[in-house]
Design a protein around this ligand. Structure first.
Ligand SMILES: Cc1ncc(COP(=O)(O)O)c(C=O)c1O
Length: 403
C-alpha cells in the first residue's frame, strides 16, 4: 500500500474489531463454507412495511431537498411528542437534532464537548466505537471496571473514577456487548453523581426498547431539568425499527449543546436523508403501530434468548449470564483458557476454523476472556451453532460419560 500521511486524529483510532469479525465471516462464505455468523449487530427482521410505505410517500411528495441541519421540523417535533406520550418526558423540539444514525449522534455529542486533556469515563465492557470517538477528539478514555457488579455500572464506581479532568461519562444501557441493563434508580444516581461534580453524561439508548421483563425500559430523557442539563441522549431508529441501512438517529440535549451539535453537523453530513426523516416522523405519530412492531421483534428476541442462554451454559467451559436487554449473549470462556487457548481470541479462531461459527472476541470490548454472540439470527442458525459448538467442546465429556 502507498504511504499516506493520515491525520493524527484518525491515526489514534483503531479499526473496529466487530468489523474484522464480520469480514472473517464474509471471507469464509466466499470460499463456499456453510458459515453461521453470530457477529451480526443488526436485527434480522425487515423494516416494518408501513415505514417503507411512508418513505415512498415522502418521495412522492418530493421531500427530496435539503432540510434544516437539525432535521426537518416535523421530525424534531415528532421525537419530542413521542417522548412526551411514551415516557412522559418534557422535551422541547429545540433540544433535538436529527443525525445519520446513533453513531453520528454519539460522534456529534462527543466532539462538541471533549477537548485534548479531558478525561472521558467509559465503563467496561464497552461498545467498540466509544473509545475511538474519544481518541479522535484527543481526550483520554478512562475505563471503569464493572465485573464485580456483574457488568452493571454503579454510581459508586462512577464517583470513584471522577477526577478534576473528567468531562464526560459515556454509558450504554441496554449494553452492547453485555446485554446488561442499568436499573433506572441506579442510572439516576449515576447522573446525580456526575451532575454534582459538573460531569456530563452521554447515554447511548440505541437498544432502548429491547429490554426483557422484569428489567424496565428507561430513558434519561425523563429526568428532571437540573439533571437533564448534563445529559445527552443518543437515540437511533436502526435497531428499534430494523432500519440499520436507513441511517437515522437523533440527540436529545440542552439547547446550547444541541446548537453546537447542529453547527458541527452543518459542516459534515448536514442532515439525514430528507424522506427518511419524513418516514420516521410519520411513524412516530403512529405510536401504537410503531410500538406493536417493536413488541413483535422483542418477543422473538426473548424466545431466542430463553432457549440460547441455557444451551450455552451446557457447553464445557462456557459461562453466560442472562442478558436483560439488547440481542447479545456475552459468554465468559475463561474456563477454557490454559494450554490450548491463551486468550479468548484463540477460542474465537478455533470456532471459526473448526466449526465455521463466527463470534466476536471480547478484547475489542475491553473484556478479554469473553465472546459476544449475537442472537439477531434465526432459531435454525442458533440450533446449528449450538450443535457445532457442543460437538467441539463437549465431545470429551460425552465420550467419558458414555463409557
Ligand atoms: C451500542 C451501540 N450504539 C450505537 C450504535 C449505532 O447504531 P446506528 O448508527 O446504526 O444507529 C450501535 C450499533 O451497533 C450500537 O451497538
Amino acid at each position: 500500500m502507498t504511504s499516506f500521511p493520515v491525520s493524527e486524529n484518525v491515526a489514534r483510532m483503531k479499526t473496529s474489531s466487530t468489523f474484522k469479525a464480520m469480514q472473517a465471516a464474509a471471507n469464509l462464505r466466499e470460499q463456499g463454507f456453510d458459515v453461521i455468523d453470530l457477529t451480526v449487530g443488526e436485527p434480522d427482521f425487515p423494516t416494518p412495511e408501513f415505514i417503507k410505505d411512508l418513505a415512498i410517500e415522502g418521495l412522492h411528495k418530493n421531500i427530496t431537498k435539503y432540510t434544516a441541519a437539525a432535521g426537518m421540523k416535523p421530525f424534531t417535533h415528532a421525537v419530542a411528542h413521542f417522548y412526551g406520550e411514551q415516557f412522559g418526558a418534557a422535551i422541547s423540539p429545540k433540544e433535538i437534532a436529527a443525525s445519520c444514525g446513533g453513531k453520528q449522534a454519539l460522534f456529534n455529542a462527543a466532539c462538541t464537548i471533549l477537548n485534548k486533556g479531558d478525561e472521558c469515563l467509559i465503563p467496561k465492557p464497552y461498545w467498540v466505537t466509544f473509545p475511538e470517538i474519544v481518541n479522535f477528539t484527543g481526550a483520554t478514555p478512562v475505563y471503569i471496571e464493572t465485573e464485580e457488579t456483574d457488568f452493571i455500572l454503579s454510581a459508586e464506581q462512577v464517583a470513584g473514577a471522577i477526577t478534576d479532568k473528567t468531562k464526560l461519562l459515556i454509558v450504554n444501557s441496554p449494553s452492547n456487548p453485555s446485554g446488561r441493563v442499568i436499573p433506572s434508580d441506579e442510572m439516576r444516581k449515576i447522573i446525580e453523581v456526575c451532575a454534582e461534580r459538573g460531569v456530563y453524561v452521554l447515554t447511548d439508548e440505541c437498544y432502548l426498547y429491547f429490554v426483557y421483563q422484569p428489567a424496565e425500559v428507561f430513558t434519561s430523557a425523563v429526568l428532571p431539568e437540573e439533571l437533564r442539563r448534563f445529559v445527552c441522549v443518543a437515540g437511533s431508529f436502526s435497531k428499534t425499527y430494523a432500519m440499520t441501512g436507513w441511517r437515522i438517529g437523533y440527540t436529545i440535549a440542552n439547547e446550547a449543546w444541541t446548537q453546537a451539535i447542529i453547527k458541527l453537523q452543518s459542516h459534515s453530513a448536514t442532515h439525514p436523508t430528507s424522506f427518511v426523516q419524513y418516514a420516521c416522523a410519520r411513524a412516530m405519530e403512529r405510536r401504537e403501530e410503531s410500538m406493536a412492531a417493536v413488541q413483535e421483534m422483542l418477543a422473538e428476541y426473548k424466545r431466542r434468548r430463553d432457549w440460547l442462554i441455557p444451551e450455552l451454559n451446557k457447553i464445557q467451559g462456557f459461562k453466560c449470564a442472562n442478558p436483560e436487554g439488547a440481542f447479545y449473549a456475552f459468554v465468559d470462556v475463561r474456563g477454557l483458557l490454559g494450554e490450548k487457548f491463551a486468550a479468548s481470541a484463540d477460542v474465537a479462531d478455533y470456532l471459526l476454523t473448526e466449526a465455521q461459527v463466527v463470534t466476536t472476541d471480547g478484547e475489542g470490548f475491553g473484556a478479554d476472556g469473553f465472546l459476544r454472540l449475537s442472537y439477531a439470527t434465526s432459531m435454525e442458525n442458533l440450533h446449528t451453532a449450538i450443535e457445532r459448538m457442543k460437538s467441539l467442546f463437549n465431545a470429551q465429556t460425552d465420550a467419558t460419560a458414555s463409557v
